[in-house]
Design a protein around this ligand. Structure first.
Ligand code: FPP
Ligand code: MG
Length: 324
């Protein structure tokens, strides 16, 4: 019987290690050339988002126009890609995973619309365009966020898998978006930390709740949707939480190192708003090291899947090497 995980030769392991951009030292890397599956996934996700969102002409058109404006403003679709690629470890038919993937993209988009509101981060620019409230007014932006959050759960309920799996995905995703170690809780802590000196523990709590929880849920929901065994879902949750944390550390770094034009949002705002960030607490260089260490730790969780997780590994590397 074939042994699982299959043993890998030392030479192959060494070659993999040397190929891993996270193991390279030296100056900041040039942007990664993204493999073609990124584009395939993105197209599949965009087509599904088009199907799931009400038409602009549906009554009342103003809200549907605003929802579509923010969903199609040029996001990278990282969360749905993670969902699809986690499912691919367990099944070649990843089409059902488009549903939880798109649901999470709706939640992510709602969170950005609300984050940009004057009462929160008060930003005029997102993905290189006017923010939702700048374009359509505050009332419509608040309601577009509410509508996307609601549509997310309608979408999970429509996933073509068993009712048990749909309930498991609702639990996974609602917890991650909620208040206890979830996105809303992290957002509250982020706002309350503004202008205050915070230590590493608070910073870790903010990043893991505000950002890592939803990224973790993207990966866990993909695995659940594909019928993965509980041990694998737990392993992928650990991968997701750690790579999500590395993702937010990288986001903090990019706010310092990149321009508004490159990021499509106002760069340098974290310092201006005295946000609790990794560069503020640890300095830029140590933060870069932390992001790499976290990504390395996350990727190590994928070892049992060998080649089956190669796409997920590539996305994980991209998340900390990206420039936008
Ligand atoms: C950028 O993602 C987003 C983050 C780094 C997450 C920040 C967290 C919040 C804004 C939470 C807000 C919560 C509430 C409840 C208001 P990305 O780089 O994937 O963005 P993209 O989709 O534009 O590519
Ligand atoms: Mg914010």
């Amino acid at each position: 019987m074939e042994k699982w995980p299959p043993s890998r030769s030392k030479a192959k392991a060494k070659a993999n290690h040397e190929r891993n951009p996270l193991m390279q030292t030296g100056p900041s890397p040039t942007p990664m050339k993204l493999p073609s599956f990124f584009e395939e996934d993105r197209l599949a996700v965009d087509a599904q988002l088009q199907t799931l969102l009400p038409a602009e002409s549906a009554q009342p058109p103003s809200i549907h126009t605003a929802m579509r404006y923010s969903v199609f403003a040029g996001g990278k679709r990282i969360r749905p890609m993670l969902c699809l690629e986690a499912a691919r470890i367990f099944t070649p038919d990843v089409a059902p995973a488009l549903y939880p993937g798109c649901a999470i993209e709706f939640i992510h988009t709602y969170s950005l619309i609300h984050d940009d509101l004057p009462a929160l981060d008060n930003d005029d620019l997102r993905r290189g365009k006017p923010t939702c409230h700048k374009k359509y007014g505050e009332a419509t932006a608040i309601l577009a966020g509410d509508a996307l959050l609601t549509l997310a759960f309608e979408t999970i309920a429509a996933t073509p898998v068993s009712a048990d799996l749909r309930v498991a995905m609702v639990t996974e995703i609602s917890t991650a978006a909620g208040t206890v170690n979830g996105m809303v809780g992290g957002q509250v802590a982020d706002l309350e930390a503004e202008g205050r000196a915070v230590g590493p523990e608070t910073l870790e709590y903010i990043h893991r709740s505000k950002t890592a929880a939803l990224i973790r849920a993207s990966i866990a929901a993909g695995a659940l949707c594909a019928g993965a065994p509980a041990d694998d879902v737990a392993r992928l949750r650990r991968f997701g939480e750690t790579i999500g944390w590395a993702f937010q550390v990288t986001d903090d770094i990019l706010d310092v190192t990149e321009s508004s034009a490159a990021l499509g949002k106002t760069a340098g705002k974290d310092i201006a708003q005295q946000k609790a960030t990794y560069p503020a607490v640890f300095g830029l260089e140590r933060s870069q090291q932390i992001a790499k260490e976290l990504a390395g730790k996350a990727i190590a969780e994928l070892a049992p899947y060998d080649e089956r997780a190669s796409r997920l590994r590539t996305i994980a590397e991209f998340l900390v090497l990206r420039r936008t």
